[in-house]
Design a binder for this molecule. Structure first.
Ligand code: COI
Length: 357
């Protein structure tokens, strides 16, 4: 895929952007990348102006949800150019998700190349302000038209980008989270580890009910015993209890293998922290709080980066964590990860793909 065909827009929308109020996923940059899967193979793909797609009502994905997506970010490097953070991880995870819902794999090298070229075309859309970034959203969905339940024979991969501020309006201020007691998100053997549309649809009702009560999101428990912590849906979750950093393991296949999760675990191990990927009962969290040993809770995700949790509600319990202030571990994680992303801190792991602009 050496030379991607590029058709540039004649009507840039960049002048309509309110850079001081970006929100999250509100604005779409001028261009998108599209590749098509037909006759058992992906075509070369091309970059064209972002815009509507022709669609028939029989589009199978509307009926059966055969859709997967990713989220990654590009940052303006403080000494020039831009950094795309760990795109290899996202490209691999896209194929993992696809394998679970019968979507054909997309070449990892081509995926990264398409992202680099797309971001170069829309370089002016990469925000200047520290804390802001260009969110990159690849999505693949079945594009055949039929009503029988089977997988699609044709697919579209679309990569779009969006200049964003923080995911939560709270920014780095702690969010309030409600533990789901009525609904579940994913079961063992289900779709939990795949970034597929269905998981997000499954989360909407509980999230809406939590929001009505003033909570930013829902913390999911495992669907079998409803005792163990899983994830927050838009992010993985981490606990600091008695100086141990604890997060649920990936082995059950019910949670997403987060790129930021991996980044945080890698850094924490390097810093000499005790790190455990282990099953954690929700009761243990509340007991630790009673004993004064619950130091911090924070979410990790590409969109959210690090999101401290200041309040956790579960049934009749409601606790405040670290006086509802960001804790030292969450702060150090945020500073280190964003420092690497913006090119302020040495990228020892080679996590960034640096692109000259
Ligand atoms: C991300 O962190 O990139 C996500 O995909 C979470 C959410 C915006 C769906």
């Amino acid at each position: 895929m050496a030379n991607i065909k590029i058709t540039r827009t004649q009507n840039s929308r960049i002048g309509t952007v309110d850079w001081n109020n970006l929100g999250f996923g509100v604005y779409f940059s001028d261009h998108m990348f599209i590749a098509e899967y037909k006759n058992n193979q992906w075509n070369e793909g091309e970059i064209m102006p972002y815009g509507p797609l022709p669609m028939e009502p029989g589009l199978c994905t509307l009926h059966y949800g055969q859709s997967i997506f990713e989220g990654l970010k590009a940052f303006r490097n403080v000494s020039g150019g831009m950094n795309i953070f760990r795109p290899d991880m996202n490209a691999k995870r896209l194929n993992h998700s696809g394998s679970r819902v019968c979507i054909p794999a997309y070449d990892i090298k081509n995926n990264i190349e398409a992202i680099i070229e797309l971001v170069k075309v829309d370089r002016d859309w990469i925000p200047q302000q520290r804390g802001h970034s260009l969110y990159i959203r690849p999505v693949i969905f079945g594009s055949s038209n039929f009503l029988g339940v089977h997988s699609s024979s044709e697919y579209l991969l679309i990569i779009m980008t969006s200049p964003v501020a923080s995911y939560y309006p709270e920014g780095l201020n702690p969010v309030k989270i409600m533990v789901a007691s009525e609904y579940v998100r994913a079961v063992r053997g289900g779709l939990g580890s795949a970034k597929t549309a269905a998981n997000y649809a499954a989360s909407l009702l509980a999230s809406a009910k939590a929001k009505e009560q003033g909570y930013a999101q829902v913390l999911w428990l495992d669907a079998v015993t409803r005792n163990f912590v899983d994830e927050v849906g838009a992010m993985n979750i981490m606990f600091v209890i008695d100086n141990e950093l604890i997060t649920p393991p990936l082995v059950q296949g019910t949670i997403l293998a987060g790129v930021t999760r991996d980044t945080v675990l890698t850094l924490a191990r390097e810093w000499g922290m005790k790190v455990s990927e282990r099953a954690l009962e929700i009761a243990e969290v509340f007991e630790a709080n009673e004993k004064g040993k619950l130091q911090e809770i924070f979410g990790t995700g590409t969109a959210a980066i690090i999101s401290p949790v200041g309040q956790l509600a579960y049934k009749d319990k409601n606790i405040i964590i670290n006086e509802s202030k960001i804790g030292p571990i969450a702060q150090k994680m945020y500073d280190t990860i964003t420092g690497i992303q913006y090119g302020e801190i040495e990228d020892k792991h080679g996590w960034n793909i640096h692109v000259d602009l």
